[in-house]
Design a protein around this ligand. Structure first.
Ligand code: UGA
Length: 443
């Protein structure tokens, strides 16, 4: 199938590259000519495992990029909208989606052949059949479901494993307003394993599936962090052991004669320094905003964000057990990426912590194996170290924020130093007994 994709962020680019790998002809469209050039010369604009290989295999052959959306619509049978949907002032900002829909609509006006428009961006329920349909219809002069097809097909990929997630998805959610668009979506994913569950539904349900999926993950994390806070306050309870005990329930861990299967969700049921990234905080915020517009107070989800917002205070409390003043104290922050295996720092849990440390006058050195956001405003006044060793040398406090595998060597590196710092383990990935002074979230 000939597919065009508007937006070459994580979702758009990974979708494009993986569909090309499956044999589709893909045209990626982006307003940024630098990104377009990079894609056309098979250079990955983002750090994502497997992406460079797939790019070089498909570039200039089944995958191309351009800046002209009208040309892309004319040359393809289906267009995905995969532009960003940031949260602004507590609501989702759909301006990029609307602009893309208007431009696609204008191109559809000139096109005679049937064309399907599929929303892939994460949008609040009702957006596809509301704002997107209206924009497409107004700009094209055609009726959705008749003059063109309209659908919603959310993406569930996780940064760091995006290529693998797209290639072997756990589910395919195919929402459309008409049978022909459902057929197009079925055909698009025909080559994917027949065993993958396909949820055939309407666009608004598809949109809500995406939000509910992320909201439950965020809720699990904040739940674990709230329990961990109580464990710390009561004393003598380790939240990690508590959660291990919870994980062993048959709801989470299934035991058969010869194997034990632990549900992936258990990793979200572990205390830590909170969630970040471009999806969980934004999506929960957007849901709360939509609730408000409908006169509903989504109190549970508000608490999920409140707990997350204040999780850095837990780290500060642990530091406070050992230091009254942080003024001019050298502190190493390990991890700037919002999670391991990505260079993405959006909404990283490192930032609220760095803000608090700065406010207390600490001298901060940060290190991340992949993310090097030198110009980031949150990092003004922060020294960026080139290695783990350089980051911790001279530090009196070391705070581990991101679960990078490389940080499991911390004890060995500290042993080479004359003075041992306080280690605060924000991800509970270190052996407490390997350090002179150790504190861990929920311990
Ligand atoms: C998330 C979802 O996991 C994906 O299923 C979804 O498709 C994606 O959003 C999206 O909407 O596009 P992602 O933001 O890439 O994926 O990353 P996660 O692995 O979910 O991590 C989000 C945050 O939660 C990170 O800050 C991470 O450190 C934190 N987290 C994650 C935990 O605190 N504990 C965990 O067990 C997992």
């Amino acid at each position: 199938m000939r597919v065009s994709i508007v937006g070459t962020g994580y979702v758009g680019l990974v979708t494009g590259v993986c569909l090309a790998e499956r044999g589709h002809d893909v045209l990626c469209v982006d307003v940024d000519p630098v990104k377009v050039d990079m894609i056309n010369s098979a250079r990955a604009p983002i750090h994502e495992k497997g992406l460079p290989e797939l790019l070089s295999r498909n570039c200039g052959h089944r995958l191309r990029a351009c800046t002209d959306l009208a040309d892309a619509v004319a040359a393809t049978d289906l267009t995905f909208i995969a532009v960003g949907t940031p949260a602004a002032q507590g609501r989702i900002d759909l301006r990029h989606v609307e602009r893309a829909a208007l431009e696609i609509g204008a191109a559809l006006k000139e096109k005679e052949r049937y064309h399907a428009v599929i929303v892939k961006s994460t949008v609040i329920p009702g957006t596809t059949i509301g704002l997107v349909r209206t924009a497409l219809q107004n700009a094209s002069g055609k009726i959705a479901g008749d003059g063109f097809g309209l659908g919603m097909n959310p993406e569930f990929l996780t940064e760091g494993t995006a290529v693998a997630d797209f290639s072997q998805p756990d589910r395919l959610v195919l929402g459309a307003i008409d049978a022909r668009t459902h057929d197009v979506l079925r055909e698009l994913y025909e080559q994917f394993d027949a065993g993958i569950p396909r949820i055939i539904t309407n666009p608004s349900t598809a949109e809500m599936i995406k939000y509910a999926s992320n909201a439950v993950l965020a809720t699990m994390i904040s739940f674990s962090n709230e329990i961990a806070r109580l464990c710390t306050a009561v004393g003598g309870i380790d939240a990690i052991d508590v959660m291990r005990g919870v994980h062993e329930a048959a709801y989470f861990t299934a035991r058969r004669a010869d194997e034990t299967i632990t549900a992936g969700i258990t990793s979200f049921l572990e205390p830590g320094c909170g969630f970040g990234g471009s999806c969980l905080p934004k999506d929960v915020t957007a849901l709360i905003g939509q609730g408000r517009e409908h006169g509903l107070d989504l109190g549970l989800l508000r608490s999920v964000l409140d707990i997350n917002r204040t999780q850095a205070d837990e780290v500060m409390r642990l530091i406070g057990r050992h230091f009254d003043s942080l003024n001019d104290l050298p502190v190493a922050v390990l991890g700037i990426a919002f999670k391991p295996d990505t260079g993405d720092v959006r909404e990283s849990p490192a930032f609220p912590l760095i803000r608090r440390l700065k406010a207390r006058g600490a001298r901060i050195t940060a290190f991340d194996p992949v993310a090097h956001p030198h110009e980031h405003e949150e990092l003004s006044g922060v020294t960026l170290a080139g290695s783990l060793h350089e980051a911790v040398a001279g530090a009196q406090i070391v705070v581990l924020v991101t679960r990078w595998a490389e940080f499991s060597n911390l004890a060995g590196i500290l042993q080479t130093l004359a003075r041992q710092p306080l280690v605060v383990d924000g991800r509970r990935m270190l052996d407490p007994w390997a350090f002179d002074t150790y504190e861990g979230i929920g311990r």
